[in-house]
Design a protein around this ligand. Structure first.
Ligand code: OAD
Length: 399
């Protein structure tokens, strides 16, 4: 199972959210009137100002024509072709997993997509529905308005078009939780790539899966899931995602240089990666060789800059006895002191009953992935609206 975030699309020219040059920093530079840049994706703010702030900014995130998947997307597609991908849970809204030809049933777009949009209906100013409009359109149809920083409106009812992205204050589409509930007993390794893990409930995926399966991070920086839900990664491979996956692919005998239809087994050379019996868990543990192939598309497969394993820092084998080995260890130790679990998590848990932010009073259901209640709804018994998986009961635990 793979969980990805904005970091896997940065090399395609799509900025991530929280880095220094990310979208939230851009929102601040644009001088939008926001208390917090996350308000750009807050459904209550969107309805309150009828999309004005969102569309002042949307041009920066709108999918550009001709954009191509990154080597990391192609790595996921190669895992799929080799029959080794259970599912990719993506927080990204750029549609690049689809473009990489990953089997569609294996892609779960946890935060929706920018590729389609729905009319919010004619609701007058502010919250609350006044009329329902079921119109849908393609994001491409809104391009002109988006480029002009204007709010696009439905020709039928005059309502505002909202992309099918899950905003803060909206529940995740049901498919996300239901698929995670199904995959919980099947996944045999978790790879997390290019995400800061700051947004719930996706940040809780690690704690949702059985502890016995290897959980591996590939990211520029050390990050951690909320402490209440998980005790962190088994191994963190720190560095550029495209470079690290090229190294893993080389070790696993996967071809990430071609696209190709899903389910198309790699027949070249007569060895499918499955034949080698190398699992990602095994390989991540040995992904420290400082040398490595360079793929013909120019992606160096030299592996991670640092490897962090449950408090211990590894130097790549090749540099361990060399002058730069010590430097390397020092840099990795610096990364560790930034222990991400100690960094205050941005509180993003939304109550699934009333859609308000839960604040510090979060009651999480242990039977349903991502079903959380705020203290008020928990004490008022706000569970009736939600179906559990057949045969299981809601069991709430305070986080
Ligand atoms: P973030 O911007 O929060 O985190 C991206 C992570 O990827 C950071 O830790 C970066 O250091 C890392 N990164 C960036 N480039 C990288 C690279 N080339 N190689 C390796 N790592 C790299 O993005 P997400 O975690 O995806 O919600 O954000 C989660 C959600 O927050 C998004 O889905 C979005 C946002 O609010 C919605 O759109 C609703």
């Amino acid at each position: 199972m793979v969980l990805v975030g904005a970091g896997i699309s940065v090399s395609c020219g799509v900025p991530d959210f929280r880095s220094r040059n990310g979208l939230y920093a851009l929102a601040q530079r644009l001088g939008l009137e926001l208390n917090d840049p996350q308000e750009l994706f807050d459904i209550h703010c969107f309805d309150d100002d009828e999309g004005v702030n969102f569309y002042k900014f949307a041009h920066a995130l709108w999918p550009r024509p001709g954009i191509q998947p990154s080597p990391t997307h192609r790595f996921l597609s190669a895992l799929d072709r080799a029959g080794r991908l259970l599912r990719v849970y993506t927080q990204n809204i750029d549609g690049l997993e689809r473009a990489a030809n990953i089997t569609s049933s294996k892609i779960i777009e946890c935060h929706g997509t920018l590729l389609t949009a729905k009319c919010r209906g004619n609701r007058g100013k502010g919250r609350g529905k006044t009329s329902k409009c079921r119109a849908v359109c393609n994001a491409a149809d809104l391009c002109q308005d988006v480029a002009a920083h204007q709010v696009p409106r439905c020709q039928k009812c005059g309502g505002v078009w909202k992309p099918d992205v899950t905003f803060f204050g909206e529940p995740l589409v049901e498919k996300v939780g239901k698929t995670l509930e199904k995959d919980r007993g099947t996944a045999d390794a978790l790879l997390v790539i290019g995400t800061s893990l700051q947004v719930a409930p996706i940040s809780k995926v690690m704690g949702w899966l059985p502890h016995k399966i290897p959980q591996i991070l590939i990211n520029y920086e050390v990050v951690a899931p909320p402490r209440a839900t998980s005790d962190g990664f088994d191994v963190s491979l720190i560095g550029e995602a495209d470079v690290i996956v090229a190294h893993l692919a080389a070790a696993m005998g996967l071809d990430i240089e071609r696209g190709g239809p899903p389910g198309d087994m790699d027949m070249e050379g007569g060895t499918t990666p499955g034949d080698k019996g190398d699992s990602i868990g095994d390989i991540a543990g040995t992904a420290t060789s400082g040398s490595g192939a360079v793929h013909s598309n120019g992606v160096a497969a030299r592996g991670p800059d640092a490897v962090v394993e449950r408090g211990a820092v590894w130097a790549p084998k090749a540099s361990r006895n060399q002058a730069d080995g010590e430097l390397f260890v020092r840099r990795a130790a610096e990364l560790l002191t930034k222990d991400a679990a100690d960094v205050l998590m941005v509180e993003t848990v939304t109550c699934d009953a009333c859609t308000d932010l839960c604040g510090s009073d979060v009651w999480a259901c242990q039977a349903c992935f991502g079903y959380d209640l705020c203290g008020r709804c928990f004490h008022n018994g706000g569970v009736e609206t939600h179906q559990t998986l057949e045969g299981s009961k809601h069991t709430f635990v305070k986080e």
